[in-house]
Write a protein that binds this ligand. Structure first.
Ligand SMILES: [Zn+2]
Length: 263
């Protein structure tokens, strides 16, 4: 889906490009989008950027193929993006989300990566980009560019993927896909539920886990595990809480077998 944006033309730019586009430069407005519009559309200010973001609104002031005036020596090879934030007002999550979307789109179009996203103050002695969390944007872009690929790959990639996700969104990764950590966690939850002796919860847990696991061998092992747990529960009668250690050990050994399978 193409990014929605509003064209707010600035007279402050140099026609064309003297160098290839190789960087995205992050700025903060130290104010609002309306204030930035006023500054960039006024020729007296002799300043501009390509984009301004406030929540889910994007304004474009200069086309990418022209050189905007935002980072002096870096202008010829960069695209400048302003973010709505000011002293005492942090950028919103929506602003970050939109920035990540725009930066990822730019990176895809010019063959760049998150490593090519840089702060204004790398090039000019300035406070800019103020409180904008560059790492949050970079993590989100890395996720957007490579997330799906990474999730299909190794455990190391999965770990990186969850870290980037947490960094970019401030939230834990949705546990939709199989992964060793996820299974370990889910099994722990399962053991808790079984210990509570709540059949409804246990059924829900097993059904939920089974549904999300696609590998047939794995699924079979889950069914085996379930059968073992059921047998164990029956053999122990209703007073299972008195023998939690024994049950836990039995479940744990099954879990270890399962863990071996996914190594
Ligand atoms: Zn700046």
């Amino acid at each position: 889906m193409a990014l929605q944006m509003t064209w707010v033309p600035s007279p402050n730019y140099t026609e064309g490009r003297y160098q290839n586009i190789s960087r995205v430069i992050i700025h903060w407005m130290a104010g609002t989008l309306a204030g930035t519009d006023a500054t960039f559309t006024n020729s007296v200010t002799e300043t501009s950027a390509h984009y301004g973001i406030e929540n889910d609104v994007v304004h474009q002031y200069v086309v990418e193929s022209n050189t905007a005036w935002h980072s002096l020596a870096a202008n010829p090879f960069s695209i400048g993006i302003e973010h709505s934030a000011a002293p005492g007002r942090l950028a919103s999550s929506a602003t970050y989300a939109k920035s990540i979307e725009l930066c990822a789109d730019i990176c895809r179009r010019y063959g760049l990566t998150e490593a090519d996203i840089e702060p204004h103050n790398k090039y000019v002695r300035t406070q800019c980009p103020g409180t904008i969390e560059l790492e949050r944007i970079k993590a989100g872009v890395a996720l957007a560019l490579r997330g799906e690929e990474m999730i299909e790959n190794t455990q190391a990639d999965w770990t990186r993927w969850s870290r980037l996700h947490r960094q970019a969104t401030g939230k834990e990764l949705p546990k939709e896909r199989f992964d060793r950590d996820f299974v370990d966690q889910d099994v722990r939850r399962g053991i808790d539920l079984i210990s509570n002796n709540d059949q409804a919860d246990e059924d829900m847990y097993m059904a939920d886990l089974g549904r999300r696991v696609t590998d047939e061998k794995w699924h079979q092992n889950i069914l085996d595990l379930r059968a073992d747990v059921t047998t164990l529960k029956e053999s122990l009668g209703k007073e299972i809480s008195t023998d939690a250690q024994k049950r836990l050990k039995a479940v744990k050994s099954k879990v270890d077998e399962l863990a071996e399978l996914v190594k």
